[in-house]
Design a protein around this ligand. Structure first.
Ligand code: SF4
Length: 84
């Protein structure tokens, strides 16, 4: 899909079937307490396992770029190095 500034017509145009770029939140744990953070509203705090990461990636063969970040401190994910 080209970003042209024109209105996107959902009846005739489609987004790409498979993404080239994804964002994965590997953990929403954090060792900081920023005053503006919304983490306290989350129902679950946890970390993605490497097995789950692998399962997701195996289903997305077209992905070329992965951003391993979301709400949380990515470096608290114990499996970060194998994910890289
Ligand atoms: S998740 Fe981000 S915004 Fe929230 S406390 Fe941690 S560093 Fe701050």
């Amino acid at each position: 899909m080209k970003v042209t500034g024109e209105k996107f017509d959902y009846s005739t145009q489609r987004l790409a079937d498979m993404p080239e770029y994804i964002l994965l939140e590997t953990t929403n744990r954090c060792n900081l307490r920023c005053p503006t953070c919304s983490r306290d509203t989350l129902k679950r705090i946890g970390t993605m396992s490497f097995e789950r990461f692998r399962t997701i990636m195996d289903q997305l063969p077209t992905v070329k770029h992965v951003k391993l970040h979301g709400l949380g401190e990515t470096f608290l994910c114990p499996d970060l190095i194998p994910m890289l």
